[in-house]
Design a protein around this ligand. Structure first.
Ligand SMILES: Nc1ncnc2c1ncn2[C@@H]1O[C@H](COP(=O)(O)OP(=O)(O)O)[C@@H](O)[C@H]1O
Ligand SMILES: [Mg+2]
Length: 223
């Protein structure tokens, strides 16, 4: 379903060019759970942003369902993103002056009390956030913030969740819960690509990919 064809990404800086991805080719099937690892600066975030249609490769193609997503115009790519992809980041990226319901509903453009693609109330219940739904991010624990971000990613019923060190700021217990939700999404047929340093997600992984200096150094099928 997702194919990367020799994707390279160069960042041009004042101190010269940085090659963050170097001819990365990769196939990920629907329903696959992929863990991405690699040292800091190896290109993990660049890879996720490229896959998610947020960062145009300098060379190569990202092909989803047969379409080159960077050959689309901005509007079609934005639509592709909204329909197919949910993002979860290490730093949550919640809007501080909106409460949980509003944060979760924001990207979907869902108006409160109108049924969106998913019932927001149901989703928050499933993520154990019901009692916090009118609270703002400042009033939440790190685990609650990240569960809010997961809810936001799930709301549109995407086909792919891209998660960039989603548990980097969480204790092991909350990290396990987050991976549990990603695993649940995966069991229902969703594709998960998650950058993570720990081993907590390994038991859910179909494949573990190691990046090094912008290249796939190793790609291991998981038992
Ligand atoms: N916006 C940017 N401008 C210049 N260089 C960047 C930018 N983003 C990332 N890089 C560089 O690209 C390389 C890969 O970065 P990144 O994808 O963030 O790696 P990782 O997520 O594995 O830490 C690093 O050398 C980083 O410094
Ligand atoms: Mg990163």
């Amino acid at each position: 379903m997702l194919r990367l064809e020799k994707v390279s990404r160069v960042y041009r800086t004042r101190r010269g060019d940085v090659k963050a991805l170097d001819k990365v080719s990769l196939n990920v099937n629907d329903g696959e759970f992929v863990v991405v690892r690699g040292p800091s600066g190896s290109g993990k975030t660049t890879l996720l942003l490229s896959i998610g249609g947020m960062l145009r490769p300098t060379e190569g193609q990202v092909i989803a369902d047969g379409s080159d997503i960077y050959a689309m115009n901005e509007r079609d790519r934005a639509r592709f993103r909204a329909k197919n992809i949910g993002f979860v980041f290490q730093l949550f990226h919640l809007v501080p002056y909106l409460n949980i319901i509003e944060n979760v509903s924001l990207p979907a453009g869902v108006v409160k009390n109108r049924s969106g693609p998913t019932d927001v109330g149901e989703l928050l219940k499933r993520l154990n956030l019901s009692e916090r739904e009118c609270h703002k991010p400042l009033e939440l624990s790190a685990g609650e913030k990240q569960r809010t971000a997961i809810a936001r990613a799930l709301l549109n019923q995407p086909r792919i969740i891209l998660a960039d060190e989603p548990t980097g700021n969480l204790d092991p217990e909350n990290a396990d819960r987050i991976f549990g939700y990603l695993a649940e999404f995966n069991r229902s047929g969703g594709m998960v690509i998650v950058v993570t340093h720990g081993m907590a997600a390994d038991r859910f992984a179909d494949r573990i990919i190691h990046l090094r200096k912008g290249c796939i150094e190793e790609s291991l099928e998981n038992e």
